[in-house]
Design a protein around this ligand. Structure first.
Ligand SMILES: NCc1[nH]cc(CCC(=O)O)c1CC(=O)O
Length: 307
């Protein structure tokens, strides 16, 4: 029996729906005649917006609800922003596919200022991520950095209404929603090292669903997969909780993988960086060794303070 119908579990935010529809379209292209349907699911991470995400369980909430949907048989696969997927995938699931990466960088958005360096002393900057916050604080300890949650549209709305002088968001999210022209400046990885998996989409399925896995494998992008595997290895060793100021970003030049990682205290006063190169097949080992290097230099204490 071959599969002629595939249901995709997705969150209901505009970005999540775009991502799931993108995967649906790619699957239809690869498998003409396959019927692909989106199944929208609400997650606690989306429902609770009045408290910091890390206080209610972190980004793992986004993923967990979709996994439950698959276990209950309401969907066959789930599409995730790899940035939101915890380092360890539960035994009942597999994550065999990572699609080709979009822009992995953070985007600086401001109505008055061209770049971080042009912000006046004490300027108010909104960001939802501790990782972005501490890298901003390292460069500009004078900035007033405030938490900014909600979906991409909500966050842009708060910039427009004058709550902030600038905000920082993932470039890929803006591009996917057709709002690339809102980006004032792309922040290069040297200025804002991206989150593990940022800009990449992954497809999760139930373990043992060989037919489904065979169907989705066509969308896997080897280069992105190897890069994200190296980044996720850093996370495997350092992820002690749901929300940690941790960045890891890999680039490929032929067979050679260049991985950079960063751990920071919340105030940006102590920032530890590590980097290394390895053949692409050894990316996960490189990720683990960078994590060990960071731990040897005090990453454990820094992360313990943040928790
Ligand atoms: N945490 C929310 C989230 N999860 C993935 C993206 C962007 C898309 C991506 O990284 O692939 C965003 C928005 C943001 O960080 O601004």
């Amino acid at each position: 029996m071959s599969i002629d119908h595939l249901r995709i579990a997705t969150r209901r935010s505009p970005l999540a729906l775009w991502q799931a529809e993108h995967v649906a379209e790619r699957l239809r292209q690869h498998h003409p005649g396959l019927h692909v349907e989106l199944v929208g699911m609400s997650t606690r991470g989306d429902e609770i917006t009045d408290r910091p995400l890390m206080a209610v369980g972190g980004k793992a909430l986004f993923v967990k609800a979709l996994e439950e949907g698959m276990l209950e048989g309401r969907a066959d696969i789930a599409v995730h922003s790899m940035k939101d997927v915890p380092a360890v995938v539960p035994d009942a699931f597999r994550l065999p596919v990572i699609l080709d990466r979009d822009d992995p960088c953070d985007a600086f958005i401001s109505t008055h200022y061209a770049d971080v360096s042009e912000l006046p002393a004490g300027a108010r900057v909104g960001t939802a991520s501790l990782r972005r916050e501490c890298q901003l604080r390292e460069r500009r300890p004078d900035l007033q950095i405030e938490s900014l949650r909600g979906n991409v549209q909500t966050r842009l709305g708060r910039l427009e209404s004058g709550d902030f002088d600038a905000i920082v968001l993932a470039a890929s999210g803006l591009r996917r929603l057709g709002m690339a022209e809102r980006i004032t400046r792309i922040m290069p990885p040297a200025d804002s090292l991206p989150a593990v998996g940022q800009g990449a989409l992954g497809i999760e399925c139930r373990a043992g669903d060989a037919e489904v896995e065979a169907l989705i494998t066509a969308l896997d992008d080897r280069d992105t997969h190897d890069r994200v595997a190296a980044e996720r290895a850093v996370n495997t060793r350092l992820e002690g909780s749901c929300h940690v100021p941790l960045a890891a970003y890999a680039e490929l030049a032929g067979d050679s993988l260049w991985l950079r990682a960063l751990v920071s205290s919340r105030d940006g006063q102590r920032v530890l960086r590590a980097e290394g190169r390895a053949p692409r097949a050894e990316g996960p080992a490189l990720g683990l060794s960078l994590a060990e290097d960071l731990l040897a230099r005090g990453a454990g204490e820094i992360l313990a303070e943040v928790h």
